[in-house]
Design a protein around this ligand. Structure first.
Ligand SMILES: NC(=O)c1ccc[n+]([C@@H]2O[C@H](COP(=O)([O-])OP(=O)(O)OC[C@H]3O[C@@H](n4cnc5c(N)ncnc54)[C@H](OP(=O)(O)O)[C@@H]3O)[C@@H](O)[C@H]2O)c1
Length: 224
């Protein structure tokens, strides 16, 4: 039987690239979108489609219901947002800050905890982080509110891992590189297939190893 992966947030960008890259490697791929009307390119790949908005508890419950009784070797929570375009902590409204931290930090961890029954024995939970979430390297490199939300994600995932260190689950926080997507912009040096292929290689290499790592798409460990 081929390995199974569930990718959360695959309508476009890196999530779509990951769905294609896993599919090309022979994995059985289930991938989610928020809106089926926008799933054209993903649907064309032939992978199984599900829907979820990770911010909405009822939507998360509906997905968990759809997947009840099924398991995946890898669950990859990729969904994320850039936050307000001004990137200025002093200008950000309560709504902007709340939305960003909900989508990038709290909703991924809440979803991962809800989907634990869907993770196969010694499976891998991957969270899409960013080098900008590294306290040591990210601060001062632009997008401070976004970086803070990814630092919060890293913190929450470390906490989740510490509570489950004996579980055999492999926890990965991935930095995809700076990639040409709607979020990354056209000036980014990397294309989606290169980053996605690299992440699939790192996930495959660490399958079943357990532990917690913060890695880039080439497997380089990043400082917290
Ligand atoms: N591009 C980069 O250089 C870069 C670098 C470091 C980290 N990242 C991270 O990589 C991930 C993917 O980024 P990207 O560059 O591919 O961005 P993107 O092109 O803007 O795609 C973002 C994806 O997240 C989904 N999404 C957003 N909010 C969601 C929600 N509440 N529920 C479910 N899905 C949601 C979007 O779905 P819709 O189509 O429905 O909006 C879309 O599929 C993000 O976590 C981002 O922070 C990107």
């Amino acid at each position: 039987m081929s390995n199974r992966v569930l990718i959360i947030g695959a309508s476009r960008g890196l999530g779509l690239g990951l769905a294609k890259a896993f599919h090309a490697q022979g994995w059985s791929v289930t991938a989610t979108v928020r809106d089926r009307q926008k799933a054209g390119e993903l649907a064309a790949t032939g992978v199984e489609l599900q829907t979820v908005d990770i911010d909405q508890l009822d939507s998360v419950e509906a997905l968990a219901g759809q997947l009840a009784g099924r398991q995946f070797e890898v669950i990859f929570i990729n969904a994320g947002v850039a936050g307000p375009s001004h990137h200025n902590p002093s200008q950000a409204s309560e709504t902007e800050i709340g939305q960003l931290f909900l989508t990038n930090a709290f909703a991924p961890v809440r979803l991962a905890e809800r989907l634990l029954p869907q993770l196969a024995d010694k499976g891998t939970l991957v969270f899409m982080s960013s080098i900008l979430g590294s306290i040591a390297m990210g601060a001062g490199n632009g997008m401070p509110i976004y970086g803070a939300s990814k630092a919060a994600l890293n913190h929450l995932v470390r906490g989740m891992y510490k509570g489950m260190a004996e579980s055999g689950i492999t926890f990965l926080l991935m930095h995809p590189g700076w990639v040409k997507t709607e979020m990354g912009g056209p000036e980014a040096p990397l294309d989606v297939p290169t980053s996605a292929q690299g992440m699939v290689e790192q996930i495959t290499r660490t399958l079943g190893q357990g532990g917690l790592s913060f890695l880039d798409y080439q497997g380089k460990p990043l400082p917290w």
